[in-house]
Ligand binder design. Structure first.
Ligand code: NAP
Length: 456
């Protein structure tokens, strides 16, 4: 009877995970999908706790309390802008857990078959490299390590030798599952490989790397499911593995990079292209003039970027949008897939501020509408509106699709000063005759614009 309940809870959990993932494909249903997946996870945990093989609960309860407390505190305390680091370190914990289970399982079995050792091999290999890779990603994002690609002479041959050794040891284990020394050596080399894999990747590409590490952690969990005969782990791990991979490919596409270039290209190094050298002047605009322009426009497009996240300006943007709409202005939001610092960053913030989904436009939808737009308000975005990506083949971000705000009649850029974007390069948009710079913290500028538009 208990076994029946466990399998039923696993089945329900798996269905809820699939439904949750499917719901994430649209902002309208994303929140509901997340809640469904949370219920699924709760069911999977309850089902697992009923397992007959559990002989005592004290350690499990202690772990649940400790992990739950750390997770709860982090979720409350970590600011939105530090979410990428939090995600990286969470992957490290998850992958380390998978590697530890693999090690215990290997030692638990007296004699071990080829199938089990293959599953365990995958589990510890992917688990170990994801652990150290995620720790390095976290350290880079947290500025504990340099964000630029860290390379040394002979790095590629060294990494190639490491991969070859890992594969050789894996094959040896499949042939001779009892070779404990090979298992432990493979484990140690996999930990080292995680470090070597992420060190040469710059922070600009870290989001792609994390999606990929997330995928590896999922595949490690799936292998663990095969090793210990747990269906929900197999299903959830596979979903995680493939969705993580699809996400990394989608992000590469949004940045016009290939996945091999991200992993092995050492993007962001001094040799990776020439940015546009700008000598013109940036035209500063007056707040009241901007308010008048906005108030009498037919169509205004807001383009949020990382600066909106740091300023936490999403609520006041919505307020300005509503104020303009009350005056009969058509308002749209252009959302670039890699604006901010994590996938869906802008969507999450705008949803939090209750901006209607019908006002959100992807770049393919909004770009043709740019010539009909009277004013584009760029809120703390930089790289995603940099025309150099389109016009200068030598630029380090050449080929990255952009929101073509420069094709609108007038552009107002809200930023604090002359700070560069994530790529660290100059943006010729700021020097164009139809661009005006409104300096200041985005939240403060927008709040003042709301009052000024009401009075215009
Ligand atoms: P960005 O290029 O990083 O530019 C952000 C701009 O915001 C800066 O130029 C900064 O200028 C301004 N800013 C910062 N704080 C502000 C504040 N409080 N008020 C007003 N302005 C403020 O941002 P983006 O255009 O969103 O581009 C994202 C970049 O991150 C891309 O290069 C992308 O490839 C990369 N990336 C994205 C992801 C992802 O998954 N979304 C992950 C990793 C990396 P000032 O200092 O002058 O104010």
């Amino acid at each position: 009877m208990t076994n029946y309940f466990i399998e039923l809870s696993y089945l329900a959990a798996s269905l809820l995970f699939i439904y949750g993932l499917r719901s994430l494909t649209h902002p309208d249903t994303a929140r509901r999908g997340m809640h469904a997946a949370e219920v699924g996870m709760l069911l999977a945990v309850i089902g697992t706790l009923l397992h007959r093989e559990i002989v005592r609960y004290d350690w499990i309860i202690a772990g649940l309390l400790l992990g739950g407390t750390i997770g709860g505190v982090l979720a409350q305390k970590v600011p939105m802008t530090a979410l990428p680091q939090l995600t990286a370190i969470s992957h490290a914990f998850g992958a380390f857990a998978a590697a530890l289970v693999g090690i215990v399982e290997y030692h638990k079995h007296g004699t071990i078959g080829t199938f089990t050792v293959t599953a365990l091999g995958f589990e510890v290999l992917l688990g170990a490299l994801t652990t150290t890779g995620s720790v390095i990603a976290w350290a880079k994002l947290q500025d504990l390590l340099p964000g630029a690609p860290m390379t040394f002479k002979g790095q590629r041959p060294f990494n190639f030798a490491l991969i070859t050794a890992l594969l050789a040891l894996f094959i040896l284990l499949m042939v001779n599952p009892g070779a404990g020394w090979a298992f432990h050596l493979m484990l140690a080399l996999a930990f080292l490989f995680g470090v070597m894999l992420v060190l040469p990747i710059g922070t600009a590409d870290m989001a792609v790397v994390m999606a990929l590490l997330n995928s590896y952690a999922g595949l490690a969990a799936s292998a663990m499911g095969f090793a210990i005969g747990n269906n929900v782990l197999i299903i959830a791990g596979t979903l995680n593995g493939f969705s993580g991979f699809i996400l990394s490919v989608a992000m590469c596409k949004a940045m016009n990079r290939s996945i091999t270039n991200v992993l092995f290209g050492a993007f962001g190094s001094a040799s990776s292209g020439e940015a546009h050298a700008e000598t013109g002047v940036m035209r500063e605009v007056d707040l009241d003039d901007t308010a008048t322009q906005l108030a009498y426009a037919r169509q205004v497009v807001f383009v949020p970027g990382y600066g909106m996240a740091t300023a936490q300006a999403q609520h006041v943007v919505r307020e300005l949008a509503e104020t303009l709409e009350q005056r009969g202005v058509t308002v749209k939001f252009a959302v670039h897939p890699v604006a901010g610092r994590m996938p869906g960053h802008m969507n999450v913030l705008l949803a939090e501020a209750n901006v209607p989904y019908s006002q959100l436009y992807e770049l393919e939808q909004i770009n043709p509408d740019m010539p009909n737009t009277d004013v584009c308000v760029v809120i703390g975005a930089n790289d995603v509106v940099n025309p150099d990506a389109r016009d200068n083949p030598q630029s380090p971000i050449a080929g990255m699709p952009i929101i073509e705000v420069d094709k609108s009649k007038s552009v107002i850029v809200l930023k604090r000063g002359k700070g560069r974007g994530f790529s660290g390069i100059e943006n010729p948009l700021f020097f164009k005759p139809n661009t005006g710079m409104l300096y200041g913290d985005a939240k403060e500028s927008l709040a003042r614009l709301v009052s000024a538009v009401r009075e215009a």
